[in-house]
Design a protein around this ligand. Structure first.
Ligand code: B12
Length: 264
């Protein structure tokens, strides 16, 4: 043997095959979408309008769902948010890219604004919640969904938007005296804004629960600073707010978290 390779017996088709597609993306987007779509056919159409980026289909799909007596909250949670969850999965698998994610988010928002109009309104306001995405963080899709959930459960939401300076959060809380404050971070570089804001509030004598949420944080982080509590999913937020309304402080919410949310 002189060290050279003998190509004669080799299957040439293997040489031209893209190993990255073979190894990393065995699944096509459509297969993943199919597997994750809700089983209810009406909600399936709603979710599919989001996953397949169909601006034209979202309004008829949501109207059809509303006419099929599916509650607006279920349309938002199990149709629109589910669709966006699938899109996030496709993004993490490098099958969708940011333009697709942005389009899907816009389609989801169109659907949410339609469904939201049918939510029972005119009820007495239970309490106020101040919401924001952390200073330096432009990700607000999850926060917007959580805000819809809270509004639909009778809470007044003061939404400060995204990339909100700590000083603005602190000033607003001092001025409006909410039941709780809720911050969202999807970037590990922004989440430290929460303990800082909570500390400044404590220096001003305010010890209301500081709920933190979003992909960058977890329960352990949330409970690592005084007043911090965690919410992992937007639909878990109203039950937590209800407990605070009933008089639970941040320590009690921590103790009862699993019981309130049904999660571990
Ligand atoms: C959409 C998106 C964007 C959009 C945001 C648009 C918007 N208005 O929000 C844009 C294009 C602006 C963006 C920009 C960037 N992004 Co980006 N983005 C995403 C993406 C693809 C999806 C996030 C999303 O909205 N998902 C849909 C929602 C519904 O899901 P969710 O946020 O997970 O929310 C659920 C829960 O977390 C929770 N939740 C979330 N928020 C809240 C709030 C409350 C109160 C509650 C109760 C629950 C809750 O409930 C939801 C479900 O119930 C993620 C990847 C991913 N797979 O998450 C990256 C991601 C978050 N981005 C990332 C990065 C790095 C960036 C950039 C820095 C990229 C760059 N190099 O330029 C820039 C930011 C630059 C800047 N500083 O301005 C990283 C963050 C990594 C990290 N750990 O720090 C991620 C994880 C992508 C990655 N894998 O690298 N991004």
């Amino acid at each position: 043997m002189d060290g050279s390779v003998d190509w004669r017996g080799m299957d040439q088709s293997m040489i031209l095959r893209r190993y990255d597609i073979e190894l990393e993306n065995l699944d096509l987007p459509e297969n993943i979408i199919q597997k994750m779509l809700p089983s209810n056919p009406v909600l399936r159409d709603v979710a599919r309008s989001v996953t397949n980026l169909r601006f034209r289909d979202i309004t008829p799909a949501v109207i059809h769902a509303l006419h099929s007596s599916i509650s607006p909250i279920r349309i938002i949670n199990d149709g629109l948010t589910k669709g966006m969850e699938i899109v996030s999965t496709l993004y993490s698998k490098h099958l969708y890219h940011l333009p697709e994610v942005m389009m899907a988010a816009r389609i989801m928002e169109i659907g949410i604004s339609l469904a939201e109009k049918q939510l029972p309104g005119g009820r007495e306001v239970k309490g106020t919640v101040v919401m924001h995405a952390a200073e330096g963080d432009p990700h607000d899709i999850g926060k917007n969904i959580a805000a819809v959930m809270l509004r639909s459960h009778g809470y007044r939401v003061i939404d400060l938007g995204k990339d909100v300076p700590i000083s603005e959060v602190v000033d607003t809380v001092i001025k409006t005296k909410p039941l709780m404050v809720s911050g969202t971070a999807l970037m590990t570089t922004t989440m430290m804004a929460f303990p800082k804001a909570a500390e400044q509030l404590r220096k001003n004598g305010i010890e209301i629960p500081y709920m933190v949420a979003g992909g960058a944080v977890n329960r352990e982080f949330a409970e690592s600073f005084s007043t911090g509590i965690y919410s992992d999913r937007a639909p878990n937020t109203p039950p937590i707010a209800d407990r605070i309304l009933d008089g639970s402080d941040w320590q009690t919410i921590r103790e009862e978290w699993s019981e309130i949310t049904g999660e571990r």
